[in-house]
Design a protein around this ligand. Structure first.
Ligand SMILES: Cc1cc2nc3c(=O)[nH]c(=O)nc-3n(C[C@H](O)[C@H](O)[C@H](O)COP(=O)(O)O)c2cc1C
Length: 202
C-alpha cells in the first residue's frame, strides 16, 4: 500500500471482529510508530498496551466518560452517529487491545521565581510533547492500517484520566490519548474534508 492511499483510506474504526491480535503484530506496529519525529528528539513518550482480561476494568472506567461526552456529541451529530460513537466508549467496539499514550507531566504551579519566559518555557515543553505524541499516534494509525488493522484515536476517555491512571499506576504521567486497535468489522465512509483551508502566500 502506498503512503497516499494509506493516508486517505484510513478510517476511525469503532467496531472490531472478535479475532485475536498477536503480540508480534502489535509490536511491529509500535516499532514503526516510534519512528515519529519529536521536539529536540526527546522522544518524551511512553506507550501502555492493555489486552485480555485487563481490558475489562479499563472498559468499566472509560464507559463512565459517556455522560461527559454526550452533550458535546449532541451539539454536532445525528442520533445515528451518536449511537455508534457511544458504543466505542462502552466496550471499545470489541477491540482486542487498547494503546495508551503518555508523556511526562508538567506540574504548572504558581512559582514566584518564574518570569514570563520561564512560564512560556513550561508551556512550550508541554506543547512540544503533545505535538510529538500526535506524530507518533498518526504513524501508529497508518502502520496499523497498512497491515489490515483498524484503529480509533480517542481523547473522550480523558474525562476519566484520574481513574485510568490509578488503575495503571501511572499518576506521575500525563495521559494524551487512547487508541483502540484490532481487525475491523466495518468499513465506514470517509467523512468529508473541509476545503479552503490552505492559504498561499507567494
Ligand atoms: C485528537 C482526536 C481525538 C479523537 N477522539 C475521539 C473519541 O474520543 N471518540 C471517537 O469515537 N473518535 C475520536 N476521534 C476520531 C475522529 O472522530 C475522526 O478522526 C474524525 O471523525 C474523522 O474520521 P476518520 O478518522 O475516519 O477520517 C478523535 C480523533 C482525534 C484526531
Amino acid at each position: 500500500m502506498d503512503l497516499d492511499t494509506a493516508i486517505k483510506e484510513r478510517r476511525s474504526i469503532r467496531k472490531y471482529l472478535p479475532k485475536e491480535l498477536s503480540k508480534e503484530l502489535l509490536q511491529d506496529v509500535l516499532e514503526v510508530a516510534l519512528w515519529a519525529p519529536s521536539g529536540m528528539n526527546r522522544q518524551d513518550w511512553e506507550l501502555v498496551v492493555v489486552r485480555g482480561g485487563q481490558l475489562e476494568r479499563l472498559k468499566e472506567i472509560v464507559s463512565k466518560s459517556k455522560e461527559f461526552i454526550l452533550p458535546h456529541l449532541k451539539e454536532l451529530f445525528s442520533e445515528k452517529i451518536i449511537k455508534i460513537s457511544l458504543q466505542v466508549f462502552k466496550d471499545f467496539g470489541g477491540a482486542p487491545a487498547v494503546i495508551l499514550v503518555y508523556m511526562p507531566k508538567e506540574i504548572i504551579h504558581y512559582d514566584r521565581s518564574l518570569d514570563e519566559r520561564g512560564r512560556f518555557h513550561l508551556e512550550f515543553k508541554r506543547h512540544s510533547r503533545l505535538l510529538s505524541a500526535s506524530a507518533l499516534i498518526q504513524n501508529l494509525l497508518l502502520a496499523a492500517h497498512a497491515r489490515g488493522l483498524g484503529t480509533c484515536w480517542m481523547t473522550g476517555p480523558l474525562y476519566m484520566t484520574e481513574e485510568i491512571n490509578e488503575f495503571l499506576g501511572r499518576n506521575d504521567k500525563e495521559l494524551v490519548s487512547l487508541i483502540t486497535i484490532g481487525y475491523p468489522d466495518q468499513s465506514p465512509p470517509a467523512p468529508p474534508r473541509k476545503e479552503s483551508v490552505v492559504h498561499w502566500v507567494g
